[in-house]
Design a protein around this ligand. Structure first.
Ligand SMILES: [Zn+2]
Length: 286
């Protein structure tokens, strides 16, 4: 018991240490808002969280970096007039602390079930990044996963239908979610891409994630092929969400619509990946 308690404290202390170095906008509150259709932004200024309500309960995508990040999301959900107890399913783009560190708190406060890709489940339940990374394990509060899934899994809750597309590389179980909404009588394809950056992953000689380079390559191809009118990423800067929100507030009803954005995101990510791969290969030459 004592040993478990001290391990928990050590994990929390490390999670706190990671938090101390986080960009300030990850914990900066921002007013929640409806984005398109029935999709609501409930994250902080810098880290996304998306609420998709339905008549049979709500889905929440991503959790912020910590229990405090979860509380910020909860306040946003309530500020929009939704009940925490109506959140039924928690999903996650990937098992990194900045998107998963608040899941345990959200699960405790809402009673929702946690769905995760089969490949990311161990990292979520252990509370640390899987695979060799220059940053180490970057621990976070672990969370029990209730349901695991593979590529193509559908999540149906009331009127909500989400589809999981596995886009591994950034993490081994990185999941891109898609859905369709109707906004001002227009049907729109919405994609929530998992991060595709290298983010200090070891690309050459990764002992615990041997297939990482091939996975990244497949992911870039998958992302380029997904028909997408609205791209809703997990970091503000990946989709210039603040700019779009400002445009929306000044009357631009198409502020979040850009059918070329996801392919551009994939291409930019691939270029950065190629550069980093070449750098790591050069560093490994005898
Ligand atoms: Zn990440």
């Amino acid at each position: 018991m004592k040993r478990t308690a001290s391990i928990v404290l050590a994990v929390l202390a490390l999670a706190g240490a990671a938090q101390a170095a986080d960009p300030p906008n990850w914990s900066k509150p921002v007013r929640p808002y409806r984005v398109v259709g029935n999709i609501y932004y409930v994250g902080s200024e810098g880290l996304s969280a998306w609420l998709i309500p339905s008549s049979e309960g709500h889905v929440l995508l991503d959790s912020g970096p910590s229990p405090a990040g979860a509380k910020l999301i909860e306040a946003n959900i309530q500020a929009l007039g939704f009940k925490l107890s109506d959140v039924k399913i928690l999903i996650n783009t990937h098992a990194h602390y900045d998107h998963a560190g608040g899941l345990a708190q959200l699960k405790a406060d809402t009673g929702a079930k946690v769905w995760a890709s089969r490949a990311d489940e161990p990292a979520l339940e252990k509370g640390q990044h899987f695979g060799d990374n220059a940053n180490g394990a970057t621990p976070f509060a672990p969370v029990k996963v209730d349901k695991t899934f593979g590529d193509g899994q559908k999540l149906k809750l009331g009127e909500t239908l989400l589809v999981a597309h596995l886009t591994p590389g950034h993490t081994i179980g990185c999941t891109t979610w898609t859905t369709q909404v109707v906004d001002r009588d227009r049907p729109l394809n919405v994609t929530f891409p998992c991060s595709a950056s290298v983010a200090d992953n070891v690309l050459v000689g990764n002992k615990t994630y041997k297939n990482i380079v091939a996975d990244y390559r497949a992911t870039f191809a998958t992302l380029k092929a997904l028909p997408t009118d609205v791209m809703l990423p997990s970091h503000e800067e990946q989709g210039h969400l603040l700019d779009k929100r400002r445009k929306m507030l000044s009357g631009d009803v198409n502020a979040f619509i850009d059918p070329t954005e996801l392919a551009r995101y994939a291409t930019t990510s691939e270029e950065a990946f190629d550069k980093e791969l070449a750098r790591q290969q050069a560093a490994h030459k005898p």
